[in-house]
Write a protein of this length. Structure first.
Length: 759
């Protein structure tokens, strides 16, 4: 890398001398107004992919200096180049320079480098992957999972490489050593870190995990077996990944948050290094289209190389229209809850009542009652926050003297534990108004999150006695009904991909025990001195690696399946979940994954690059734009096909958002689909329509599909007729299920129709 840069400087300097340009004098550089931008140039042409990064550096320098008209300026503002798996570079640009680059014929898009958020064990047994499950170890050992995340703690017990031989021959990656990171092993076979981003702080000096997030997600995918794992005794059991024999390659693209630039570099390397599947538990932020979005771009090129990308749907639920990572070639994963929930018992007053809160409380306050004070009483009377949010525990709103040595009852403010710990408080009872008590979180003080009703009851108790007292016990796990969709899991429909149902599916993402880093405390707070090789975390970040592992598991049985076939297998064998009517499939997509069933799905809805290109043409991406992206001329039809025509994407779920009445009449839609037989030769399938379809007519034509051979394809149509849809109707939630006559397979697709909220 160093040599390449040095060489370039010499070439460029020579060129500058020859041309006689002295950029810095001639042009005002406005360095302080420059922002990191990504210049995306599509796929690599065969001649460009030959010489990799060195050639790319040269090409990008030439393009940039021709557009800027200044060699030296081009050299000083260009930050990095992609060029192993797709084409593009990054540079610190002024808005008008970005505009000029956009107009260049070789450039697909130019967009500012944005921040993406991290979407922060029993879970495997719950979805049917027990330790004794049938495995294809010969191939599982050859599966390489690329994890784009915050780095990895190789020393964690989950990443021991007992019983694993050297990396598979196809592996072309590296182990990048550096601060706090000096080795890979036969489990973690590769690691890279990216330090291109100066706008957003924290350049990565090594793939070492300072956050714990990357170690946690990587261990969920492919961690080795660790017996007796727990967090201070909580959730004790055997920790293991979904594919414990698979290999991990870590691409550190995130610190406290991730950036588009680092994410694109992660994809560029992971694809070229030879990973089989990519897992990315981050997303969110502005979205303006597939090819101005780093995750959509990187995963599109991964798909072209046969690599499926599994992503987190986001933690912005339960509101509708919050799902992120919506490109149809992504597997978008929401979070479900498991049957174990963590509760924290509290005892209010010596003869008082016992109740339950939620938190990850690693210590008990013991038998000794602690004095309890209400945030209303303990408020700092000269603080404005105290007046605006009575009883809340915000920095400055409580009085130090009043909280010291006490447990404080707080009327909201989630970060109150740090403020109170600093001021010498002993514990915290915190009212939760977001209704997110299905997941438990760790705090720097003994803490219990409580419902608003319990908050009022405890305040009444405080008001009724002279000496209010409380005990906060260590958390314990209780059995709850499962699965359910986690409150925080982002919901569809999506505003941009209106014909694609997102999220695609859900997997466990609540209170997941996984590997952690010893470089961060349990809560990441400097006030916390608890360190552990394991931590309990919740989020679609934790759901995504479960689905990644499930996909890797399928890949170990069917190494030749396309990314779309693997995803289809997981979707058509998933089980729907009970949720409030109005959310329906927008909460869980096709349902909770069932990896052991998905290995043998019977039929798959397959997709090729050409199918995605047709879909993109229909969405308005014209041939001029598509040509560089796929590196060849594509024939976009002149008239855009209707979304539900035979040209629609052969997606394993069926979704339509329709204009609300006034603009739209009665619904008459047709979903055209084609299934590929991956079960047995000579199989007959019959269609069955399910769901609450009163007032609707749903017909499948033909109703019977007869296959004589494996890999034979058969097409059918689902014709839906019904009254005009209203926003108040919620959604039409139905399904079509293909069942074979021998009772071996059932292949289910949800059908969802709703009013488009934005028309
Ligand atoms: C109360 O708030 C004021 C204003 O923010 C601050 O100056 C003062 O130190 C606080 N007093 C206590 C006891 O925390
Ligand atoms: C407790 O007393 C405070 C102060 O008098 C009052 O503002 C609050 O509403 C009371 N809480 C309850 C639940 O009665
Ligand atoms: C094909 O299926 C039919 C109907 O299930 C059965 O009668 C027939 O024996 C099968 N033929 C073969 C070659 O398996």
């Amino acid at each position: 890398m160093m040599n390449i840069n040095l060489l370039l400087v010499i070439i460029a300097t020579t060129a500058a001398l020859l041309l006689g340009t002295t950029g810095s004098n001639a042009i005002s550089r406005h360095d302080d107004q420059r922002k990191n931008h990504i210049v995306y140039m599509g796929s690599l042409s065969p001649e460009n992919s030959f010489n990799h990064l060195m050639a790319a550096n040269n090409r990008h320098h030439n393009l940039l200096s021709s557009v800027l008209g200044d060699e030296e300026l081009a050299r000083s503002v260009r930050v990095s180049s992609f060029g192993r798996s797709f084409d593009g570079f990054s540079a610190r640009l002024l808005p008008e320079e970005a505009e000029r680059l956009k107009a260049h014929p070789n450039v697909v898009s130019v967009f500012p480098n944005q921040i993406r958020e991290l979407h922060t064990t029993r879970s495997w047994d719950l979805i049917g992957v027990t330790q004794s499950v049938r495995r294809n170890l010969k191939f599982e050992r050859d599966v390489i999972v690329g994890v784009l995340d915050t780095g990895i703690n190789v020393d964690a017990p989950s990443f021991n490489d007992k019983g694993l031989g050297p990396p598979p021959a196809k592996w072309k990656g590296i182990c990048q050593e550096g601060a706090n990171f000096n080795r890979c092993n036969n489990k973690v076979i590769g690691a890279r870190a990216y330090a291109f981003d100066n706008d957003h702080g924290e350049p990565a000096s090594s793939p070492c995990d300072l956050e714990g997030h990357g170690s946690h997600t990587a261990s969920t995918v492919a961690g080795s077996l660790v017996q007796g794992a727990s967090l201070y005794g909580l959730m004790k059991g055997t920790a293991r990944g979904g594919v414990p024999s698979a290999r991990i390659a870590m691409y550190k693209v995130c610190g406290k948050y991730c950036t588009d630039l680092n994410i694109l570099h992660g994809f560029d390397d992971a694809i070229a290094d030879g990973v089989d599947i990519i897992s990315l538990s981050a997303g969110g932020g502005p979205f303006a289209g597939y090819f101005t979005d780093a995750i959509s771009i990187g995963s599109f090129h991964a798909m072209r190389k046969g690599v499926l990308t599994s992503v987190a749907a986001g933690n912005s639920g339960p509101d509708p229209n919050t799902v992120s990572n919506v490109a149809p070639w992504l597997m978008t994963v929401g979070a479900s809850g498991t049957d174990r929930q963590l509760v924290t018992p509290i005892t209010i007053g010596r003869d008082g009542f016992k109740t339950l809160g939620n938190s990850i409380n690693t210590v008990s306050s013991g038998k000794k009652f602690l004095p309890l004070v209400s945030g209303r009483t303990a408020q700092n009377s000269s603080s404005n926050d105290a007046k605006t949010f009575p009883g809340a525990c915000i920095d400055g709103s409580t009085s130090k003297e009043m909280v010291k040595g006490k447990v404080v009852l707080c009327n909201g403010a989630i970060e109150g534990d740090s403020v109170l710990k600093r001021d010498g408080a002993l514990g915290m009872l915190m009212a939760d108004y977001k209704g997110e008590l299905d997941a438990a979180y760790a705090f720097v003080l003994p803490t219990a999150m409580i419902t608003p009703e319990r908050y009022l009851a405890i305040e009444r108790y405080i008001n009724s006695t002279k000496n209010p007292q409380v005990l906060i016990h260590k958390s314990r796990s209780i059995h709850v009904d499962s699965p359910f969709v986690a409150s925080f899991s982002s919901r569809g429909p999506d505003r941009y991909s209106k014909t694609i149902l997102k999220p695609d599916l859900v997997a466990p993402g609540v209170n997941i025990l996984g590997a952690y880093t010893n470089l961060a405390s349990l809560t990441s707070s400097p006030l916390d001195n608890r360190f552990s090789n394991f931590n309990i975390m919740s989020g679609t970040s934790m759901a995504c690696p479960h689905a990644t592992a499930a996909a890797a598991y399928i890949k170990s049985f069917h190494p030749d399946w396309s990314p779309a076939a693997v995803k289809s297998a997981l979707m058509t064998t998933a089980s729907p979940i009970k949720v409030p009517e109005k959310q329906a499939e927008y909460a869980y997509g096709s349902g909770q994954i069932d990896p052991t069933r998905a290995v043998d799905p019977g039929l798959v809805y397959d997709l090729t690059e050409d199918d995605y290109v047709r879909f993109l043409c229909n969405m308005g991406y014209n041939r001029v734009m598509m040509k560089p992206i796929v590196g060849r001329d594509v024939a976009c039809p002149l008239t855009k096909a209707k979304v539900w025509s035979s040209d629609a994407l052969n997606y394993p779920s069926m979704n339509l958002q329709l204009p609300i009445p006034g603009t739209g009449g009665p619904v008459a839609a047709v979903f055209w689909r084609t299934v590929t037989n991956v079960g047995a030769a000579n199989a007959t399938y019959k269609a069955e329509v399910g769901g609450d379809v009163a007032g609707w007519s749903i017909k499948v034509v033909p109703e019977t599909l007869v296959f004589w051979e494996v890999n034979e394809r058969k097409s059918f149509r689902v014709m839906v007729r019904g009254p005009p849809v209203n926003i108040d109707d919620g959604v039409l939630s139905a399904s079509v299920e293909w069942r074979d006559t021998e009772g071996r397979w059932s292949v289910r697709s949800p059908i969802v129709i709703s009013a488009d909220l934005l028309t």
